[in-house]
Design a binder for this molecule. Structure first.
Ligand SMILES: Cc1cc2nc3c(=O)[nH]c(=O)nc-3n(C[C@H](O)[C@H](O)[C@H](O)COP(=O)(O)OP(=O)(O)OC[C@H]3O[C@@H](n4cnc5c(N)ncnc54)[C@H](O)[C@@H]3O)c2cc1C
Length: 288
C-alpha cells in the first residue's frame, strides 16, 4: 500500500485528481480500525493530517470556520465558548483518540453515531469541499445522505465546516452503555438562538442520518414566545412545556433495534435527553 504525503492542500488536491482511489487519512482513528480488521484495503492512503489549511480554525464576519483537521483535543482547549461542540468533543473516545481524531474524519465516516455531527446539524453548518477543479459548499443535511454515505466525490477532500455563530445556551449529551469510551445509543444537541428566537434540536444514533425535530423546535420556540421568555428569561413556563417538548423530540426519532439498544429505548432516551437539555438551557440563560 502506498502512503502519499502532500505538504499543502493544493498538492493533496492534485494527487486526488490523478489518484481518486487514494483514501484520505487524518487521525486514522476510524480508518486504521477498518484496515486492521481487513474491512478495507485501499491501494493508497493520502495523509491529510499535515495540511496547514485543514488544521486551522478562525472567526470570520460572525462565522466560525473549523478546519477539517482540527482535533477534538484542540476543540476542547481552544474553543471553550462553543459549549455543545466542546461537550461532544469531550465525549469522544479517550484522550488518545481525542488527540488524533478530527471533525473532518467524523464527517468522512458519516456514522449516525458520530458525536460531532448533531452539533453541526443543530448549528445549520455547511461543509466545504474542494477538488483540483474548485470548491463547493454543501449544507450539512445535504452532505450526509445515509449511514456512512455522503455526497463527497472521489476527487474531493473535506476542507472545513462553517456556521454562523449563535448566541444562546446549548448542550450536547449522549446515552451509551457506559460513561466513557462509548458509541452513542442516542444523542441530542440543543441550541437556543436568542437573536432569532428559535430552538434547534438534532438527534444522533436514532436514524439513518442525523435528524432534526422541526415540530418540537417550533412548539418550544412558540411556548417561549407566548411566555415572554425571550425578553425575560425569568418568565415562568407552563410545567408541561418541557415534558411535551421531550415527547415531540422522541416522536422525531427513527431508531432501529441493534446490539447497542432497542428502538423503544432509543426513542425514550431522546425524549429524556431533550427535556433535560431544555431545562439546562433555560436555567443557564436565567443565571447569566
Ligand atoms: C477507541 C475508539 C473510540 C471512539 N470513540 C468515538 C466516540 O466516542 N464518538 C465518535 O464520534 N467517534 C468515536 N470514534 C471514531 C473516530 O474517533 C471519530 O469518528 C473521528 O472523528 C475520526 O476522525 P479521524 O481524523 O481519526 O478520521 P480517519 O480515521 O482518519 O478518517 C475517517 C474517514 O474520513 C475520511 N476523511 C478524513 N479526513 C478527510 C478529509 N479531510 N477529506 C475527506 N475525507 C476525509 C477518511 O478517508 C475515512 O473514510 C472512536 C474510535 C475509536 C478507535
Amino acid at each position: 500500500m502506498e502512503v502519499l504525503l502532500p505538504r499543502t492542500l493544493d498538492e493533496a488536491l492534485a494527487i486526488k485528481a490523478g489518484r481518486p482511489e487514494a483514501v484520505p487519512i487524518a487521525g486514522g482513528t476510524d480508518l486504521m480500525v477498518a484496515l486492521n480488521f481487513d474491512r478495507a484495503r485501499p491501494p493508497a492512503l493520502l495523509d491529510v493530517s499535515r495540511l496547514p489549511e485543514l488544521r486551522q480554525w478562525r472567526r470570520k464576519e460572525g462565522w466560525l470556520v473549523l478546519g477539517a483537521g482540527v482535533t477534538y483535543a484542540r476543540i476542547v482547549r481552544e474553543l471553550p465558548e462553543v459549549v455543545p461542540l466542546v461537550q461532544a468533543a469531550r465525549s469522544v473516545g479517550s484522550p488518545q483518540i481525542r488527540n488524533r481524531g478530527t471533525v473532518g474524519g467524523n464527517l468522512g465516516t458519516a456514522s449516525p453515531a458520530g458525536d460531532a455531527l448533531p452539533v453541526l446539524a443543530a448549528y445549520d453548518a455547511e461543509v466545504e469541499l474542494a477538488s483540483a477543479g474548485g470548491r463547493r459548499t454543501v449544507p450539512f443535511n445535504e452532505f450526509m445522505v445515509g449511514p456512512k454515505k455522503t455526497v463527497l466525490r472521489p476527487d474531493e477532500l473535506i476542507v472545513a465546516t462553517h456556521w454562523r455563530f449563535v448566541r444562546g445556551p446549548g448542550s450536547f449529551s449522549k446515552v451509551g452503555t457506559r460513561n466513557a469510551m462509548v458509541i452513542a445509543v442516542a444523542s441530542v444537541c440543543l441550541v437556543l438562538d436568542e437573536a432569532g428566537h428559535t430552538v434547534r434540536v438534532a438527534l444522533g444514533s436514532v436514524g439513518p442520518t442525523i435528524l432534526r425535530a422541526p415540530d418540537a423546535e417550533r412548539f418550544v420556540a412558540g411556548a417561549l414566545a407566548a411566555a415572554g421568555w425571550w425578553d425575560d428569561p425569568r418568565a415562568t413556563l407552563p410545567a408541561q412545556v418541557a415534558r411535551e417538548f421531550g415527547e415531540r423530540v422522541a416522536a422525531a426519532a427513527r431508531p432501529i433495534d441493534d446490539v447497542r439498544g432497542t428502538a423503544a429505548y432509543r426513542r425514550h432516551a431522546c425524549g429524556v435527553l431533550a427535556r433535560r437539555a431544555l431545562v439546562w438551557a433555560l436555567e443557564a440563560r436565567r443565571a447569566a
